[in-house]
Design a protein around this ligand. Sequence first.
Ligand code: XBP
Ligand code: MG
Length: 241
Amino acid sequence: MGPELRAVVFDVDGTLADTERDGHRPAFNTAFAEHGVDVEWGVAEYGRLLAITGGSRRIAADLRARGLGDAAAEELATRVHRTKTALFTERVVSGAIVARPGLPELVADLATAGIRLAVATTGSRSWVEPLLDRLLGGHPVEVVVTGDDVAELKPHPEVYLRALAALGLPAAEALAVEDSAVGLRAATAAGLATVVVTNGYTAGQDFAGAAAVLAGYAGPEPLTARRCRDLHRAATRTTCR
Ligand code: XBP
Ligand code: MG
């Protein structure tokens, strides 16, 4: 018999909620304006910039590409990102960010099945925690590792390795849920079987090695605890061969 599925480790942005296009992006743009920075990220441009994980790093990379020196870009990015984080946290607290369809049902089903819940995200703790309270309030997440807790952001596996360590589980006993190729790389490098649930920004990316690629949680074949167990079993069987 293969390893049991004991925990599901969720990514946040794009996975629990479709946050990027109409959540983070306008918060970045308002923050640029508040700091008098003449940058406004369009929908397609922001989609390309998502390859750079972490809001502060994303801003700094774009400022450097526009000709700012390294030190000036870093310094301005830190200030703009602080404002962006406050703006996005307000959005979260106001209830503007909602769960992806079918996600609350999946989380409830996992909890009923005794499968533990964890989160591994690149996002900042100050908005991640209130967002989890709002989206998954009834079902507390045991372990939350954020971008503030790691030295290296995704696609580096550190955030997943820390989540597994805090859960006290080997990678073979957990399943990751991600929305992007960058996230899949991070989870896979940590040894986790990974289900990808795509969104508008990530559909069409290369998900080679995923346990499954789904367009959503809901629909005729919803992602349930049982299906997670089946996908985990199939993926760990493949890995152990
Ligand atoms: C996505 C990210 C984050 C968000 C913005 O993280 O890379 O940087 O775009 O949030 P994940 P911050 O998919 O791993 O949840 O501004 O707080 O970084
Ligand atoms: Mg994501």
